[in-house]
Structure formats: C-alpha cells, structure tokens
Ligand binder design. Structure first.
Ligand code: ADP
Ligand code: 5GP
Length: 221
C-alpha cells in the first residue's frame, strides 16, 4: 500500500519493480558482446552472475563472468534449491542463483541474464511477469562460423560442436518475445536498448503509478 504522497522522485521516475532481461542466442551470435555494451551503458542494469562447472576462458574472472564451481558444489546447490533455474549445456552445468535476484527485483533493480532457451523457459514458468525474453540471430550461418572462429577461444572440435548446437538453438526462436538479427553491432545494440526502455514503461512494472495517479485525480479544494 502506498502511504506517503507518491510523486516522481528528483529524476522524474516513479517507483518501479525490476525486470529480468534475458538475452539468448546461438553461441557466437553476439549475446555476450551486446550484454556487455548494455551493462556499460546502463547503470540501472546488473548482471546476474551464473554458476558454472566449466573452466574459465582466458580473461574470465571468477565472480564477475561466472561463479566457477565444482560439480559437487553445483549438485549441492541444486539439492538445496538455491537456483532459480539450471541446465546442462555442452556437458557442463549452468545455473542462476536465486537469492540476489529476488531481493533486487523488489527494489527496482533490473537484471540481465545471458542464459540458454532451457533456462529461459524455466524462468518464464516461474516469474512470467518479470521476464523479458530477447533472442539474437546471426545474419547467416557462415557469419556465425566466422565469429566463433574469430573469437579464438575454442578448438576446431569445440567450434564444430557449437555449430551443431547452434542449429538446434535457433529452432527455439519462437519461445522469445523479441528477435533481433545481430548483423551490424551498433544497430543491434540500439534495437535492444529500445526494447529495454519500452519494457521499463509497462504499466504493471510501474508500482508507483497507483498512488501517483490517485494524487492527480484528487478533486480541487
Ligand atoms: P556469444 O556470447 O553469443 O557466444 P560473442 O558475443 O562472444 O557471442 O560474439 C562472438 C564473436 O563475434 C566475438 O568475437 C564478437 O566480438 C563477434 N561479434 C559479435 N557481434 C558481432 C557483429 N555484429 N559483427 C561482427 N562481429 C561480432
Ligand atoms: P558459455 O560457456 O559460452 O559461457 O555459455 C554456454 C551456454 O550456457 C550459453 O548458451 C549461455 O547462454 C548458457 N548459460 C550461461 N549461464 C547460464 C545459466 O545460468 N543458466 C542456463 N540455463 N544457461 C546458461
């Protein structure tokens, strides 16, 4: 219930519930790049740091890109119900820890999720109204292969596996609210920013509106 006079704050914004911004794509289509650009550009957005059992890639920092944990630790967290969702990808386990996100949403913090379609489905089933699902597609399969090779982080065998999987990941495109083709990086970034902006304006997320509108409708003295 709103108690005090609920006018917009000094930045002109009303109280708002946070949202869960899910960015998925076939591996190599550019979700990490776009996610990083969004996080740098937008201080209201925080990264949801997943746990994974895979090894860190060069340059990846524990606690920032992922929480790198053992299979035993992962299984114990599953057992204790500490994940909002989890999935097995390329034979490794990935999961979204629950605690931080649930508290943050209430305080109007938006979270970015770089997760696959399985995790997206699980989050949508649990928290449908908080979830915004965005899927990035590569402009072509040849370009996807070029990007995976150009990234220089994986062996030829791993790239072959990722290309195989990319085809099946692409088949889940229709489980998303928005689909953006990541051809030119700057245009893709602009489109994704627009989606985020519009979703923040959804009436149901603007929890401060009820009191604000009530105030606007007060009869004159
Ligand atoms: P993902 O996280 O989906 O696996 P990345 O963001 O790691 O993909 O991108 C894969 C590679 O493609 C990286 O080297 C990245 O710099 C490059 N890349 C991403 N988007 C574009 C784009 N629009 N044009 C050209 N290269 C891109
Ligand atoms: P990578 O090993 O390339 O970082 O990620 C491999 C795949 O796992 C990507 O498709 C990525 O979106 C997905 N992923 C990363 N974290 C999570 C998570 O917490 N849950 C789920 N379901 N997938 C994840």
């Amino acid at each position: 219930m709103v108690q005090s006079t609920p006018s917009p704050d000094t930045t002109g914004t009303l109280a708002r519930r946070g949202l869960m911004f899910i960015l998925s794509s076939p591996s190599g289509a550019g979700k990490t790049t776009i996610a990083r650009m969004l996080l740098e550009h937008d201080p209201q957005l925080r990264n949801s740091v997943s746990c994974t059992t895979r090894q860190p890639r060069p340059g990846e920092i524990d606690g920032e890109h992922y929480h790198f944990i053992t299979h035993e630790q992962f299984d114990a967290m599953v057992e204790a119900g500490e994940f909002l969702e989890w999935a097995t990808v390329f034979g490794q386990s990935y999961g979204t820890p629950k605690a931080q996100v649930k508290a943050g949403l209430k305080d109007g913090v938006d979270y970015m999720f770089d997760i696959d379609w399985q995790g997206t489905q699980q989050l949508y089933q649990k928290l449908e109204r908080d979830v915004v699902r965005v899927f990035l597609l590569p402009p072509s399969i040849e370009e996807l292969r070029r990007r995976l090779t150009g990234r220089g982080t994986d062996s030829a065998e791993v790239i072959h596996g990722r290309m195989e999987r990319a085809r099946s990941e692409i088949s889940h495109w229709d489980g998303y609210d928005y689909v953006v083709v990541n051809d030119d990086i700057a245009s893709c970034f602009e489109e994704v920013k627009k989606i985020l902006h519009a979703e923040r304006l959804r009436r149901a997320r603007q929890t401060g509106l009820i009191g604000f509108v009530r105030e606007l409708m007060q009869p004159d003295d």
